[in-house]
Design a binder for this molecule. Sequence first.
Ligand SMILES: [Zn+2]
Length: 907
Amino acid sequence: MSPRLVPPLVLIVLVVSAGDSRAQTTAASPDGILSLLNRAEQSLLVSNTDAFTALFSPAAPAEPREAFVRDLLIPEVKRAVVRERDRVPLEGSLPGDGYRLIVDFFTESHERARIVTARLDVRKPHGASGEHDWRIVVAERLTVVEGLNRLSVNADTQFAARNLAIQAEDLQLVMHEGSVFVVDSADGVTGLVLIGRGEMHFTPGPEAERGQVRIFAGSETLTARFETAFVRMNPAEYESRVSTANLSKVAVEPRRLRRAREIFAQEAPKSFSLDLSDLSREPWYLLPGFGDFLAEVRTKKHGTLTYARSTSEAEDVTLFDRARHRNIALYASAQKLSARGRSYDEDELSDYDILDYQIDAAISPEREFIEGRARMRIRVRAYALAALTIRLADPLVVTGLGSVEHGRLLHLRVKNQNSILVNLPTTMPRDSEINLLIVYSGRLVSQGIDREALQGPPQRTEEVPFVAPERNYLLSNRAFWHPQGQVTDYATATLRITVPDGYGCVASGDPAAGSPVQLKDATAQGGKRLYVFSASDPLRYLSLIVSRFVRVTQTTVPLLEGAAQGPLPPAVNVDGALAPGFRIRDRIGLSVDANPRQQGRGREMAPWAADILRFYAGLIGEAPYSTMSLALVEHDLPGGHSPGYFAVLNNPLPSTPFLWRNDPAVFSGFPEFFLAHELAHQWWGQAVGWKNYHEQWISEGFAQYFAALYAQKAHGDEPFVEMLRQFRRWALAESDEGPIYLGYRLGHIRGEQKVFRALLYNKGAAVLHMLRRLLGDELFFNALRRFYYENKFRKAGTDDLQRAFEAEAGRPLARFFERWIYGAALPHLRYATTIGDREVTVRFEQLGTLVFDIPVTVTVLYADGRSADVVVPVTEQKVVQKIPVDGPVRSVQVNRDSAAIARFDQS
Ligand SMILES: [Zn+2]
């Protein structure tokens, strides 16, 4: 899922979006159909049932026809508009004699309007020639938008307000003194405009959200004075939300009314409003559903703050800073939490499951242009599916859309949503399948690597002549470069990518034998190369990168040789037997492609990559994907991106104008760090995905921990402890910014991406290490493998992780995850040591109200220079541990390895 950065109510997905009026007007008899629709429009306008019924073929069954007409014709129509949206030839009719249409019927009466979108099958009777001969044979209502209201400020009534209070979940608006105008609908008051001396109070229920409010406003309750506000609500809730007793009618002051109208005109169209373009030029409004609420509050201190309660969203309470475009709070209401619990899966939003993609794409990297043909095999998840929404970048124009089973399909572009609504010819039952075919093309800009790139101030490091980095064209998870579902969805894929001569392509999947193939271009613009990739293991999303590449190496890496050695318990037992349920992918294809100047670097990296892959496969028992391709490209800052089957690594040129040494993800003395982190994403992030943005630490924290484990394996304990030290430093420095569970929102309010990396990457890794030290190596790695295999090619959450670890540990771990993942507070420990002849006594006390589970390394330093480490599990408020010693002790150290994320005081 891409994090939601705009409040939910601002845009309402328009099933009827009139945006795509490029209705397919095929050659045959457009005038006849147009005339039919004109007559339909006239009949609607005069509410003439007989005239509308006469548009039907006499052969059309009476009952559904009458129901359709009854639904469509409403009394006292002031305006009616009928627009054809799409047209395909009707099956079983002679060419030009029958069509299936999608038609919008817009009717307006006084302050209300509605839109019915219907499928009409129309035919010209055999032998007929006149334009009046077209008749409707079948009419079926597909969607309806009811209750469109024309809203305005009530100009006849002005209220004086004194201590007026307006309530919504965790929000209170108080107008101490001022004027109030109401916005009426036929159902009652749906809006208010407040002008005067007001105050807003917002205190989120969840602690983590109060923490975000503190970052934004300096206190856990946001209190802000305002002079104007605009609110919307369901009319049925007017009396319960608004203290109407504090309103008294006064004479209307023209200046105040004018001001109220200005506020309404500016604020109202931002929410619950529809742009109907060619159906109506006026703004039309929906009434908020029961429980929904919106407030646009113009505060003095923070500019306009938008509060929304939107019951249909997984997280239904938001506070949004309009000017800076930031979510301040975003969470599930108490009601929602009690109904479904904390964890939720974004896949539940999806009506269908994508099983397989076949994509042919011709890429022109210089023009950033793509021409694609995609086939998507889809299985229905909903109980019944009549239409489905697919995502595709707005700039890409769809020139053909159909299915293998049904031929061309009716479809509509939904405006500014990167999506397309596809109408299915029949309602499909659950578990049935369809193969969609989509032809599309357009210009699409390359996506950046964003979060996985380091940040640094632009600053010339030394006087090196500037060299422009080689360009590359990356299309991945945020580009919507091919038709896809509304959320990421594991699917297998075959990609056939054509690039101009001189370019290479790395993409999701196994490169096919013989790929690339040189193609001769008939248009004599130079040759082309066809790359074929097949992904027989499911991928979370599909990606490709095109640049000038040189193949540096291609090899096969045996994965499980020597897996039984090393400091960590391997998946393979010493006698070679497999732990139950383990499948062995015992070799992996490895290839390295690099920009020409990066070939040397590529040759250096190939053996590292092989070693890292072998190491990870040894920990987990296999590699999830059959090949790994590395693409080494040039960029101003280091960074990486790791879709399934490949990884892109940014390599800065010596002339890069940036410095990035003070980034949470820089570890000196470990040159393979980025590579190790990116390769770990094949297991964590790709093979095991994350359920929603809260769970991204399962990708980043795990990848970071695996990279640290590899550092230890490759370079020994010293760089490992150095990493732990850095993890701890960043965790201590940034934990106040919120719990790991906030995902991308960490640092979001302040626009500081370092916070995200400090906590998701580094604290996340440190938390895993603490869990390991509490449980012991064998149990920890068994649980990790259990978690991996239970969630392979699925999206997982912290709750799944907790379950897997509890199953192995045989004891509850709720408090561990509660403190370290869902909570932001850090433990503060006071300790005292007593050195005796035979033993050392260490006393720990957890200060503060919360008790953490925290393993602490206690190091006994002997007078003769020896040292011994003991891990003390501090899992009570007070813990006393006696450590036997076998010689004179010089001193005792606590947390020498920095593995405990805590503050320590010696008493
Ligand atoms: Zn990462």
